[in-house]
Ligand binder design. Sequence first.
Ligand SMILES: Nc1nc2c(c(=O)[nH]1)N[C@H]1C(S)=C(S)[C@@H](COP(=O)(O)O)O[C@H]1N2
Ligand SMILES: [Mo]
Length: 310
Amino acid sequence: MSKGYKSDLNWSDVTPRAQWMNRRQLMLGAGALAMGGAIAGPALAKLNAVSSPYSTDAEPNSLEDITSYNNYYEFGTDKGDPARYAGGLTTDPWSIQIDGLVDSPGSYGLEDVLSGVTLEERIYRFRCVEAWSMVVPWVGFELSTLLAKVGVQSGAKYVSFETLVRPEEMPGQRRALIDWPYREGLRLDEAMHPLTILATGLYDEPMPNQNGAPIRLVVPWKYGFKSIKSIVRISLTAEQPLTSWNMINPREYGFYSNVNPEVDHPRWSQASERLVGGGLFAKRQDTLMFNGYAEEVAGLYAGQDLAKDY
Ligand SMILES: Nc1nc2c(c(=O)[nH]1)N[C@H]1C(S)=C(S)[C@@H](COP(=O)(O)O)O[C@H]1N2
Ligand SMILES: [Mo]
């Protein structure tokens, strides 16, 4: 059963699914061979990944599209900067500080975060704030799994996230473009929703650095900037946390940032989006409420005015 974005759209300009399946089957075969030897470590993308019930039927974009057109301001503001510069980021060892209103606060190595976790392949339509969209076969696991492991205390209402600060390896951080670290946040019920994942890979690859290695958030019903990359801190809080784009421009970017074709960005319409991968002939399509996941998430916002809570 597939949920989320249904396949009644014209995805002819992205990688044919058959091609991707072949590649995956190949990799699974190769994986079996390699198991006894070289392949180890927490960054394993998907040798043990199972398909998620939340995967869409939509055709994923090519690895090339997904890894060459990125937003990751720690490496610069050009869409090509992350691919150009993120290779220099050291992602092993990696640890995440988990603190605030949790039973077991501490600094957790990525191995600890991933131990006992079943990786799932979740093919989500991913929509960025500047109105382009891609379909990405993420490999990850529900954020709620990790939150359950550390024990969320009853006063917690929000989850906040921070990205690494390391200007020596992140050239964009040598400028005060953002008040580093990059920050994001979710309401606790959003964070616990099964569509909200921590991703450690895509296709058969460990997470490429430009996409947020070694571990990043993916919240498919929100604009791309909520999906914070290269996470080093997760805090459970009683108060709504600060978020980077809201700090930069509160009129343009609210805390919720749900994909909503009815609420325009002050400087552009958000009613349609450009499909990445079409080159000169890139298609546009109408944007769907909650990026196509309304059935799953609309209930989280019952009674809220989404023009006000943007
Ligand atoms: N740390 C960090 N995370 C970030 C960003 C960033 O600049 N820094 N950009 C965001 C934005 S605006 C988008 S659209 C997505 C892009 O994710 P992708 O490159 O994997 O497509 O990452 C989000 N996460
Ligand atoms: Mo974005």
